[in-house]
Structures are given as structure tokens and as C-alpha cells.
Ligand binder design. Structure first.
Ligand code: ADP
Length: 232
């Protein structure tokens, strides 16, 4: 067998600790937390407010540094990277989806997915081809020229998903991506997301409070006393 990136977890949070000073006391939010995400796998992170979900997501996304431990991307340590290297790794390997879409209002759906690719150095023609392919795959083939305000909440969120994977990341991090949608729309958006995760061999870590949605993902984890714990 050939060895390749799939021999490693796409994302490995190895022995991660993070605490915050709270006056005289110290809050240990993450305490030797471990989590490995494999390519093609979707993992739901379900935990109460204040448990440390955002902290974990920020550390996984190289937006914040842990106090101890290492974040490995496809087997490569990020521990000794400077800010520039972290930013490059983030741009190359990690896509983000938020609860609110943060699309650029003055640009069309297509342009919103084209722009990050051009910023990454792709030519307009190639970026446009990929953007329209992605949007069509997500069921938005007839909405390419619509501005965000001319799209429904579910459609806006699907454009945000297309944008997040436009540059072909290994890892998708989503913070309540369907938290702002009605249950039926949430279901559709989530369906599109998981389809894309499998088709693109992405590793996805998705924070959600939606138990039904979490139930359809490959794994469910929670945070207990600063550790990542597998559910059922
Ligand atoms: P969740 O996303 O699960 O709601 P967070 O990761 O946002 O949890 O926060 C976990 C805990 O850490 C909370 O109690 C929060 O108040 C605390 N916290 C988060 N960020 C900071 C910070 N920058 N300074 C101090 N405390 C923080």
C-alpha cells in the first residue's frame, strides 16, 4: 500500500491544555484533551455552554495557541510554527463555517466562492469553474448570480459552506452551522455538508446542539472536565 496523507489523522489534537486566569483562580478549560479526526469523517461536538467548545475549535483552527500540547495537521506538528506559518497552514488546510454566514453582501453567490480562490492565487477562470461546480453540487446551480440578500437562510448557509471548502481544505470546522435555521432547512443544509465531507474526504468537526443532526454524524464527542469524551 502506498503511504500518504490518509495514514495520518487530518487533525490531531494531542494532549491539549488551555486555561484562563479568572481573578485569583485558574479555569482549566481543556486539560490534556485528545481528539483525532480522520479524512472523510464527520464528528459532532455536543457540550453545554461554557464547556470549552469554542476554545477547542479556535485551537484546532490555529486561531489560538494551547498552553500545552500540539495540533498536528496530516501528521505535521504546528507547535513550533510562527504566526505566518500558522496563517499559511490555516489558509491551506482549514475551512470555517460559522452560525451566521458572513458572506460579502455586495457580491453574488458565485463571486463569494470565487474570491477566496483568487486570493489563494487561482486564475479567475479556474476559480469560477470550481465555484460553479461546488455551488451546483450543493443545489444552488440556479442561484449563482444572486446576492446574499436574494437568498434564503438555508441557501446563504450553503454558499458559506461552498466558500469554506473552495480552496480544498483537509479540515472543516463548523460552529453551529445550522443554529440559525428552521429544523427542515437545517436538515437540508446538514445533508449537503455531510455529502461534501464524504465526497471531498474532508475531516469535519461540527459544534451543534441539534441532537438529531449529531446522531447522523460518524462520531459524537463531548467535553468533560477539560477532556474530549466519546459519546455512546
Ligand atoms: P463554549 O464554546 O463551550 O460555550 P468557551 O470555549 O467559549 O465555551 O468557554 C469556556 C470557558 O472559558 C467559559 O467559562 C468562558 O467564560 C471561559 N473563557 C473563554 N475565553 C476566555 C478568555 N479569553 N478569558 C477568560 N475566560 C475565557
Amino acid at each position: 500500500m502506498m503511504s500518504g496523507a490518509d495514514d495520518y489523522p487530518a487533525l490531531w489534537l494531542n494532549d491539549i491544555s488551555r486555561s484562563y486566569a479568572q481573578g485569583e483562580t485558574r479555569l482549566d478549560i481543556l486539560d490534556s484533551a485528545e481528539l483525532a479526526l480522520w479524512p472523510g469523517q464527520s464528528v459532532a461536538l455536543v457540550a453545554p455552554s461554557g464547556a470549552g467548545k469554542s476554545t477547542l475549535l479556535h485551537i484546532a483552527g490555529l486561531l489560538e495557541k494551547p498552553d500545552a500540547g500540539d495540533v498536528l495537521i496530516a501528521g505535521a506538528s504546528t507547535r513550533n510554527m510562527d504566526d505566518g506559518a500558522r496563517a499559511s497552514a490555516r489558509r491551506a488546510d482549514i475551512g470555517f463555517v460559522y452560525q451566521f454566514h458572513h458572506l460579502l453582501p455586495e457580491f453574488t453567490a458565485l463571486e463569494n466562492v470565487v474570491l477566496p480562490q483568487m486570493i489563494a492565487g487561482l486564475k479567475r477562470g479556474e476559480a469560477t469553474r470550481r465555484a460553479s461546480e461546488l455551488l451546483t453540487y450543493l443545489g444552488l446551480g440556479l442561484r449563482l448570480q444572486h446576492r446574499p440578500a436574494e437568498l434564503s437562510g438555508g441557501e446563504q448557509q450553503r454558499v458559506a459552506i461552498a466558500r469554506s471548502v473552495a480552496n480544498g481544505p483537509r479540515i472543516l470546522l463548523a460552529d453551529e452551522p445550522t443554529g440559525n435555521l428552521d429544523p427542515r432547512t437545517a436538515d437540508q443544509v446538514f445533508g449537503a455538508l455531510t455529502q461534501l465531507v464524504r465526497a471531498s474526504n474532508l475531516a469535519a468537526l461540527i459544534v451543534t446542539h441539534n441532537v438529531e443532526i449529531a446522531g447522523r454524524m460518524d462520531r459524537r464527542v463531548t467535553l468533560r472536565e477539560g477532556k474530549v469524551v466519546e459519546l455512546e
